[in-house]
Write a protein that binds this ligand. Structure first.
Ligand code: PAN
Ligand code: ZN
Length: 193
């Protein structure tokens, strides 16, 4: 018998509905409104205007009941609404895993992007249903909706990974992602206006 024989929770089944983008039984759900994305869009005035307006929900995250603790393997589904702020496509806050753990994202519907930055190099993976984007340890990551409908993806990550959001505020994400007449374009990060 392994020394780690007793786990905090018993084995159980999770129903994954890709079409509905849900996990059942459900765990915690969170909503990120525009006001939660302070300091992230380059055009601060456009961001403030959206906050002072209807302060829209930019994305939601629905988790399974697996806890975010070491050695567990939690999952969550993120759905990003379509939209732009100052031309920049709507996105997640983005974070670094403080103790450098990997993660996978599986695109479910819509089209998105997985932007990764290790403080030096930038990588982009276009995400369409069926694509698994692999995030190696040490790469900060952010999801972007590059389409006209909601973009959903399933994330599976080590429960002890942690989420360092300040890392992105300090280091940026290497590139920003803007809507163009033909789709989208990556531009250098730059500061806030
Ligand atoms: C994902 C993200 C989720 C929301 O589950 O946490 O997409 O993005 P932010 O955490 O950047 O707001 C993940 O990468 N977990 O580790
Ligand atoms: Zn992560």
């Amino acid at each position: 018998m392994q020394s780690y024989a007793a786990t905090p929770i018993a084995p159980f089944a999770i129903q994954f509905d890709a079409a509905a983008a849900t996990l059942s039984p459900p765990g915690p759900t969170l909503e990120r409104r525009m006001s939660d994305l302070e300091g992230l869009f380059a055009d601060r005035d456009a961001w403030q205007k959206a906050v002072d307006g209807d302060n829209p929900v930019v994305y939601r995250v629905q988790s399974s009941p697996v806890p975010e603790i070491d050695r567990e393997l939690p999952q969550s589904i993120t759905t990003i609404e379509p939209g732009t702020t100052g031309g920049e496509l709507w996105m997640t806050k983005g974070h670094q895993h403080p103790n450098y753990q990997g993660e996978i994202y599986l695109a479910l519907h819509g089209t998105g992007g997985l932007l990764m930055f290790d403080g030096d190099r930038v990588e982009w993976v276009t995400m369409a249903p069926g694509t698994i984007g692999y995030i190696p340890p040490g790469w900060a990551h952010r999801s972007i909706n590059i389409g006209d409908e909601p973009y959903s993806m399933l994330a599976v990550y080590p429960g002890g990974a942690g989420h360092d959001y300040n890392w992105v505020l300090e280091h940026g994400m290497g590139n920003r992602v803007y809507k163009t007449p033909n789709g989208f374009e990556l531009r250098p990060y730059g500061g806030l206006s």
